[in-house]
Ligand binder design. Structure first.
Ligand code: GLC
Length: 574
């Protein structure tokens, strides 16, 4: 953080976009200072083939000098500059168990988890390109035999943290190819940038051939396009670049284009009055009707994260610069909006409780005309004296006060949450341990909706009955997000406690997808076993606790530029 302050004198002379980007660069470096251990040395950069060189290098027709002058993206990730490029990549593919960084004995569950993760690998024409959602043959497969983009994220992180980046690179390139497919639902064509929810490798034994089949929402239950996939893709590209120091992948013209196509989808102008992204229900991890439509935190936090990652990855060419400008503007507006209107704590809850309604004019305090009577009963007991969180949704006359784990953790990791807000979120998790962690981490949403509300909101979905699946179920995959958030806020003991709860049960229960019940005591009614992201989520959590420097792969530091300047209520400061 100190280097951000040191650079204050520079800021005034820079334009908005440059400032933000430069701060992003500085913050990238900060992680290298915070954490002692530099990333594992890789020599991938030296071994780039011609087709991997940057567009600018190729179009200029100049031979690649060695060492090359550093590119814009390399500068963004310049903490890798000092790495010993002559050593060979830290591949450990041959091992089933990870090598402990600290020499500390790893838990026996780790070895089993690595084996399970490797069993889930999916190959396309001889190359590993992803991991299958679940290896459970006892249940009807539906689409659990596919590689889901969002499910692959913890797998990718596990491989990156174990020094095996190749599969991540293959996945990034494969899904990029899928993005260019024509996507249609009935007669309607989806945006060019849409990334698939999942894909599958089809084997043709007659022709002895393999082809890919992808789902962009046209086969999905409910026919919703996965808004989160593109954001996760950008996140992974940055994680790969950060973890390996190999900037050549992000520099590829096709990766730059893929990123711009995703960004075009979510930065386009329309009728919006809010900087948040308008979404259909079921377009993220909660992929069926659960009242998560409108402006759900799950997507807004990922949107923020993806914009910040893109800022680090975009090349400074004409097209890239245009996006940098648009992203910069959006980030300013988005962080202000989210930090102001989605944040709730005891003080703010009391403010809403006393809101006046029907206020017209730009001076309105109750801007969205939220009627205090719409405050749900449970929130008054749930809200601790210390702590707060980003609520699920904000739109006209509607605040969804439910707690969403993924959105809040991503808000911490992306620094959408200010340091004070991040601390408050951790305080809330500690104070509401029984509700949010219980006997099995972690509640995806809290609380469950039941009875009439369940009928109306889910459309009587039998899979989403109270305290099950998305409706208040407990999802072990969320462990990696909690652990990363704990490390970022300096509270690793919280993650340790949660992991200890999960560790022995997960293996005994054969890695269920989710648990049911108020405390997460029961293996989920329709939960798949051998669910890969439960395995990978556990592994990533363990690896991060063991070596906190991995945090740099998944987290971004606060950007002073996006700090809110004006507060809605005068007494409210961060
Ligand atoms: C379920 C989850 C979804 C996940 C998929 C594959 O549908 O809701 O988030 O991607 O299973 O595991």
């Amino acid at each position: 953080m100190s280097s951000i302050n040191v650079d204050v004198s520079l800021k005034g002379s820079l334009k908005d976009a440059d400032t933000l980007r430069d701060l992003a660069e500085i913050e990238e470096m900060d992680f290298s200072r915070i954490f002692d251990r530099p990333p594992r040395p890789l020599n991938m950069d030296r071994q780039r083939s011609c087709d991997e060189r940057s567009l600018s290098e190729l179009s200029a027709g100049v031979p690649i000098p060695s060492p090359r002058p550093s590119s814009r993206i390399e500068n963004n990730f310049r903490l890798f500059d000092h790495l010993n490029c002559s050593s060979s990549p830290g591949r450990r593919s041959g091992f089933n168990t990870p090598i402990s960084q600290t020499g500390v004995e790893t838990h026996p569950t780790m070895a089993e988890a690595w084996e399970a993760l490797r069993r889930s690998l999916v190959y396309f024409r001889g190359q590993p390109v992803g991991t299958i959602a679940a290896l459970d043959n006892s249940e009807e497969q539906v689409n659990y035999d596919q590689v889901f983009v969002r499910d692959f994220v913890p797998s990718a992180l596990a491989f990156l943290m174990n020094g095996e980046p190749e599969i991540v690179k293959n996945f990034i390139l494969k899904t990029l190819r899928l993005q260019s497919w024509e996507k249609k639902i009935d007669r309607f064509q989806l945006g060019e940038g849409v990334m698939p929810a999942s894909f599958k490798v089809l084997h043709d034994p007659v022709r002895n051939n393999e082809t890919l089949m992808a789902d962009f929402g046209e086969s999905a239950i409910g026919r919703v396009a996965p808004v989160d996939s593109g954001f996760w893709w950008i996140f992974l590209l940055r994680a790969y670049t950060k973890s390996t120091g190999d900037t050549s992948l992000a520099e590829k013209p096709e990766c730059q284009k893929g990123m711009r196509l995703i960004l075009s989808l979510c930065l386009s102008e329309g009728f919006d009055t809010f900087p948040t992204l308008l979404c259909a229900d079921g377009c993220c991890m909660v992929d069926r009707r659960m009242g998560v439509y409108g402006y759900p935190i799950e997507i807004q936090a990922l949107f923020f994260m993806a914009l910040r990652c893109a800022l680090l990855l975009l090349k400074q060419d004409e097209e890239g610069n245009e996006f940098v400008q648009r992203i910069t503007k959006r980030l300013h507006a988005l962080s202000f909006h989210m930090r102001s209107y989605y944040w709730i704590d005891l003080k703010h809850l009391n403010d809403i409780y006393r809101y006046k309604t029907e206020e017209y004019s730009h001076t309105a305090v109750n801007k969205f005309n939220v009627i205090p009577d719409s405050l749900p009963e449970w929130i008054f007991d749930f809200m601790p004296v210390r702590g707060g969180y980003f609520i699920g949704n904000v739109s006209p006359a509607r605040m969804d006060f439910r707690w969403f784990c993924l959105g809040n953790c991503i808000a911490i990791l992306s620094s959408l949450a200010t340091p004070e807000q991040s601390t408050a979120i951790m305080d809330l998790i500690e104070s509401r341990w029984e509700e949010l962690v219980g006997e099995m981490p972690l509640k995806v949403i809290y609380p469950a909706i039941e009875s009439h509300e369940w009928q109306i909101v889910t459309g009587c979905d039998p899979k989403n009955t109270r305290w099950s699946y998305h409706n208040g179920g407990s999802w072990p995959v969320l462990l990696w997000l909690l652990t990363a958030a704990c490390i970022k806020t300096g509270r690793p003991q919280i993650a340790r406690r949660a992991i200890e709860l999960a560790e022995t049960r997960l293996i005994k229960d054969n890695w269920p997808e989710y648990y049911d019940g108020k405390l997460g005591r029961f293996v989920g009614k329709q939960a798949r076993k051998c669910q890969t992201w439960s395995v990978a989520g556990y592994l990533v959590a363990k690896m991060m606790l063991e070596d906190p420097s991995h945090l740099g792969t998944v987290a971004l530091e606060e950007d002073k530029q996006t700090k809110p300047l004006i507060r809605r209520s005068n007494s409210w400061t961060f």
